[in-house]
Design a protein around this ligand. Structure first.
Ligand SMILES: NC(=O)c1ccc[n+]([C@@H]2O[C@H](COP(=O)([O-])OP(=O)(O)OC[C@H]3O[C@@H](n4cnc5c(N)ncnc54)[C@H](OP(=O)(O)O)[C@@H]3O)[C@@H](O)[C@H]2O)c1
Length: 238
């Protein structure tokens, strides 16, 4: 296992259900964690509660080019080149084509796909200079198998998979590793705005989803876990 001690880790979506739990685990394992999301107050609460460095948070909309540029500058100034990027920022718009609007479709792509592009692009040049690093995205099961009502969400998550496969080809001469985590349903606030009957008690717990990412961060650097699938036991779509 790779040790996390003093590893520099950037986490987007850190204020979310999975992100918050993950930040705690990474910090407890000795990593230097820098967090982001849109809500500065929530980010500050996490910094204080877990005892992260007070400089290590920045509020930014992941789909906004200027805000991501400012975020990149802040991370470089406070921490230098990250060893690990973990992207947990995402929104779930689950609606049938009859109800899905073009604005919702765009918002889904902007946050989940353009956001991933901007996040990776922000740090890739520095990672390429040192020729190493780990980038973890969470396309989820709906980035691999379709579901009715998931046109916008799946388009964005399948997009992440295609984009990162292409980036992987570009990075073959480096030791930058790319991991996609295909998570099934996790009981988190993600579902609060989704109008769908779900059995939250049968879903994966936030802490367990976070633990799977924490585990991925510690895999030996001589190989790469290109994919991992973690699904609720009673709902195995893959
Ligand atoms: N929960 C599940 O069942 C499940 C299953 C498979 C995959 N996933 C994926 O796992 C990731 C984390 O999910 P979760 O369950 O932790 O969701 P969550 O609790 O809803 O958290 C989502 C996070 O994304 C951030 N975010 C949303 N829009 C953003 C934007 N425009 N710019 C920057 N940050 C933004 C939110 O922060 P602010 O609102 O403060 O900005 C929050 O920190 C998502 O990508 C999701 O698609 C979730």
């Amino acid at each position: 296992m790779e040790k996390l001690t003093a590893k520099k880790v950037v986490v987007t979506g850190a204020t979310g259900g999975i992100g918050r739990q993950l930040v705690k685990l990474l910090h407890q394992s000795g990593a230097e964690v820098f967090i982001t999301g849109r809500n500065a107050e929530k980010l500050n609460e996490i910094v204080v509660e877990f005892g992260l460095r007070p400089t290590h948070f920045f509020a930014a909309d992941i789909s906004n080019t200027e805000q991501m540029e400012a975020f990149g500058k802040k991370v470089h100034a406070e921490m230098g080149t990250p060893d690990i990027l973990i992207n947990l920022a995402g929104i779930g718009i689950i609606k049938s084509m009859d109800h899905l609007t073009a604005e919702e479709f765009s918002r889904s792509l902007n946050t989940n796909l353009l956001g991933t592009f901007l996040f990776v692009k922000t740090f890739l040049p520095a990672m390429k200079e040192v020729k190493k690093g780990l980038i973890i995205n969470v396309p989820g099961v709906l980035g691999k198998v379709p579901m009715a009502g998931a046109a916008a969400y799946s388009a964005s998550k399948y997009g992440i998979v295609g984009m990162m496969q292409s980036v992987r080809e570009e990075l073959k001469r480096t030791e930058i590793r790319i991991t996609n985590l295909f998570l099934g349903g996790v009981d988190s606030p993600f579902w609060d705005t989704i109008d769908l009957k779900v059995q939250k008690d049968k879903m994966i717990r936030e802490e367990e989803a976070a633990r799977s990412i924490w585990f991925l961060c510690q895999q030996p650097a001589s190989g790469v876990v290109s994919e991992m699938v973690l699904q609720p036991f009673n709902h195995q779509a893959i």
